[in-house]
Design a protein around this ligand. Structure first.
Ligand SMILES: [Zn+2]
Length: 616
């Protein structure tokens, strides 16, 4: 869930203070290369231990410790080359190192591929007995339990070998799709109302779909979706191949369905997925209320699908990186002095690559894998509010890693995707409330509130809509139904229209736009998108606890961060008082959205009646 800042360059001079210092990982590329060679030679030692896991408790502990140490070193090597590579994607030397890092990591996977099947072969009973005997196995307890859980879904050696041979082809639909979407379709050029011309590919679409000129944004939508619709048969066939492959693989491994497999991976109860979809459907009147408010603020009679992106209010305020730091620290005061001090120290080190530069990777991320060093953060800071919000978001990830390391050893420090986007969301919300409270004018206040609503639409509602569509596709594939591109458009169209209140006249969805599913690469990631919506829900619930319970809520939040990956994500959240299999957290998120709209409507009344007072 990364916000992608658009990239623009004044010149190529870079202020060193705003770049990261990778020499903390390795002083020189030569030192990096030596460490890489060492990892490769340690992989031989791991392979040599094949067949020894069941020999004794001591032998098992030796092997697990060796793997743990090697993976810690491998992460450090990989962190260096991938971070350096992202500074300039055109730099041949650093890209070569990046590839060597990739190869080393692939070798690591190959060298350890025998471990899980062998553990399953040794069996739960023997391993549990070893654990009682050997204290060095304690840090591996969760990892061992999690591996042993997979016994019913692991096949015999011959079948596993066959699947391994075919594993590359299983990923082909995604590769073919990305070639079609990113390089094969000849995107058309349009002329906008100001005379400017632009190619409407996915970047052009992203640039202009929120244009304040309604004729322009309709033209952009019509052009983009007409072009996509010409490829409906082939893209449908590619996606269908992916769905059928995944359905067969799930069946081959004794799962009831692809959904069962994906939830099993994180040990999540199926109620999490179904409760999310049910509750979001019940909340559609709230989404429709937002669309009506949007129509009013944009001044359009009838909302159409091409009216969902233009900003509600524009904000002419700059947030350079120093301002962003200062504001974020003030906002985080609700998390206590210790948090603020810890974060203040971290953000003033050279852990971040802040500004866009030629060749730099776009978007933003936090990378935690140089475990013995510290987290690194990549931004493309653009001095606007979105950049400030992204800054808070990425530092939510970084603080998660810092807190996790306080309590967890390497083995349980890294958390799953289901948990990862929760602290980042909470920090965005804390920032947004702080900005709203401290806004200097009604319009500025409306801007932050509108930003919050838009984030709920784009994450809570839209990602759940995608999740519902994805589930409908898998269910159809698992029933043995034929899925053509046309049929997918039909299924997507029904869901899209329901979510946007097409039949009630809330947002009119022209049939052409029901081809939108073709544009979403996540449908090749196997039930991934729902986690964006659950993360936002849990992040909101945890923030509500901070807001209403004070110190108890803050401690609860920090404890979740400190727990890292020491347990299954559902359990970790439940321990933090947020049960994602029940309606409560989802309803609280919807209530928050309604409260934002209550406040916006009040502010609009005030502004429109002309007696706007200074903000409180
Ligand atoms: Zn994130």
């Amino acid at each position: 869930m990364l916000f992608c800042a658009s990239v623009g360059f004044a010149d190529d001079t870079v202020d060193e203070r705003y770049t990261w210092d990778l020499s903390e990982i390795f002083p020189t590329p030569e030192a990096w290369d030596q460490a890489r060679e060492q990892v490769l030679s340690d992989l031989g030692k791991i392979e040599a231990r094949r067949g020894t896991l069941g020999d004794s408790a001591e032998s098992l502990a030796d092997t697990l410790q060796l793997i743990s140490k090697t993976s810690r070193d491998a992460y450090r090597v990989y962190a260096y080359s991938s971070l350096a590579g992202d500074e300039d994607l055109r730099d041949t030397e650093s890209q070569e190192r990046n590839q060597l890092g990739d190869i080393m990591f692939a070798r690591f996977s190959q060298a350890t591929a025998w471990v899980d099947p062998e553990l399953l072969g040794v069996g739960k009973e023997v391993i549990n007995a070893y654990q009682k005997e050997e204290p060095r196995l304690a840090p591996f307890a969760f990892q061992l339990e999690n591996t042993l859980r997979n016994a019913p879904h692991t096949l015999g050696e011959e079948a596993e070998q066959t699947l391994a041979y075919l594993s590359q082809t299983f990923g082909s639909p995604n590769n073919i799709y990305s070639l079609v979407a990113n390089s094969d379709i000849p995107w058309p050029e349009i002329t906008l109302s100001n005379g400017e011309t632009d190619v409407i590919d996915s970047q052009g679409y992203g640039r202009w779909r929120g244009s304040e000129n309604r004729t322009d944004r309709k033209l952009v939508f019509d052009t983009f979706w007409t072009k996509w619709s010409e490829y409906r048969n082939s893209v449908g066939s590619i996606l269908n191949t992916h769905l059928q492959t995944q359905a067969s693989l799930a069946q081959a491994r004794n799962y009831d369905s692809v959904l069962h497999r994906e939830l099993f991976n994180d040990n999540l109860p199926p109620e999490v997925y179904h409760t999310l979809v049910d509750e979001v459907n019940k909340a559609l009147p709230t989404l429709h209320r937002y669309f009506r408010l949007r129509a009013r603020m944009l001044g359009v009679e009838q909302m159409h699908y091409y009216d969902i992106y233009p900003p509600l209010v524009s904000l002419d305020k700059k947030f350079d990186i120093e301002t962003s730091k200062e504001i974020t620290l003030k906002a985080m005061q609700v998390l206590g002095d210790d948090w603020v001090e810890l974060q203040r120290e971290a953000i003033n080190q050279r852990w971040m690559h802040v500004y866009p530069q030629r060749g730099k990777r776009s978007g933003a991320y936090m990378n935690p894998i140089a475990f013995d060093v510290h987290p690194y953060v990549l931004l493309n800071h653009n001095d606007d509010y979105e950049s400030l919000s992204t800054f808070a978001h990425e530092w939510g990830h970084a603080m998660h890693s810092i807190y996790s390391k306080q309590e967890q050893p390497f083995e349980t420090a890294f958390y799953s995707t289901f948990i990862a986007e929760i602290p980042s969301t909470s920090l965005e919300l804390i920032l947004q409330d702080y900005m709203t409270k401290n806004a200097k004018s009604v319009d500025e206040k409306l801007f932050y509130l509108g930003f919050g609503l838009e984030s709920m639409r784009g994450t809570f509602f839209r990602q759940t809509m995608f999740a519902e569509f994805e589930l409908a596709l898998y269910e159809a594939a698992e029933r043995g139904e034929a899925l053509s591109g046309e049929r997918m458009t039909e299924i997507y169209g029904d869901i899209l229209k329901r979510y946007h209140g097409h039949d009630e006249g809330v947002v009119i969805i022209d049939d052409l736009y029901t081809n939108e599913w073709m544009f979403v690469p996540h449908f090749y990631y196997n039930m991934y998108v729902y986690q964006y919506a659950t993360s936002q829900t849990a992040g909101t619930a945890l923030y509500e606890k901070i807001r209403t319970e004070g110190k108890a809520g803050v401690d609860n939040y920090k404890n979740l961060l400190r727990a890292g990956g020491s347990d299954y994500p559902y359990q970790l959240l439940k321990n933090a008082g947020v049960d994602m299999a029940t309606p409560g957290p989802y309803r609280a998120a919807v209530a928050k959205m309604n409260a934002i709209m209550d406040e916006m409507e009040r502010l609009l009344e005030e502004r429109d009646s002309g007696n706007s007072r200074p903000a409180d």
